[in-house]
Design a protein around this ligand. Structure first.
Ligand code: S3P
Length: 173
């Protein structure tokens, strides 16, 4: 089984993905980590040296590769920007959009120094812009939408499992 998590930076894709993978007894994969192994440096450094378009090229090849593996896959927040990535995810995986408000994301990310897109003078404005552009793309890619404004990681994981069961794509556990 393949489950793919999409959502804005800070929506909890990695943390929730790890817990979900344990719960579903699947390997956990993170496209940003696989990408950093491939490029041999941090995403931030790669952005500075080669720019975003080059980064998106590498990201697409990783998404193509990882959406063919049985796993819980956490994707980079911009992985939905390319239509072929959205198509791969939707055709090959159960795609879950972890939806969060820009205000919640800002609270979680205000001290972040690693995400190149947020190293701007007004990160809240940037998050509002990213939300406006990307929310429709996450919705388009996703089979399920889960609100991450919930109190705990376990509550979000339980909601995802319940949705997968209800849809009949997961045997009742
Ligand atoms: C990006 C999000 C990052 C990472 C890169 C670009 C984006 O992943 O892929 O910095 O375009 O939103 P996270 O969503 O895990 O932060």
């Amino acid at each position: 089984m393949r489950v793919c998590l999409v959502g804005l930076p800070g929506s909890g894709k990695t943390t929730i993905g790890r817990h979900l993978a344990k719960r579903l007894k699947l390997p956990f994969r993170d496209s940003d980590h696989v990408l950093e192994e491939k490029i041999g440096c941090s995403i931030r450094t790669y952005f500075e040296q080669f720019g975003e378009p080059q980064f998106r090229e590498v990201e697409s090849s990783i998404i193509d590769q990882l959406t063919q593996e049985d796993c819980v896959l956490s994707t980079g927040g911009g992985a939905v920007l390319r239509s072929e990535n959205r198509a791969y995810m939707r055709a090959r995986c159960q795609v879950v959009y972890l939806k969060a408000t820009p205000e919640n994301l800002f609270r979680r990310l205000r001290h972040d120094t690693q995400r190149p897109l947020l190293q701007v003078s007004d990160p809240m404005q940037r998050l509002n812009d990213l939300y406006a552009t990307r929310d429709p793309l996450y919705q388009e890619a996703a089979h399920f939408v889960v609100d991450t404004g919930r109190p705990s990681i376990q509550a979000v994981v339980a909601t995802i499992v319940a949705q997968l069961e209800l849809a009949g794509v997961l045997p009742s556990m």
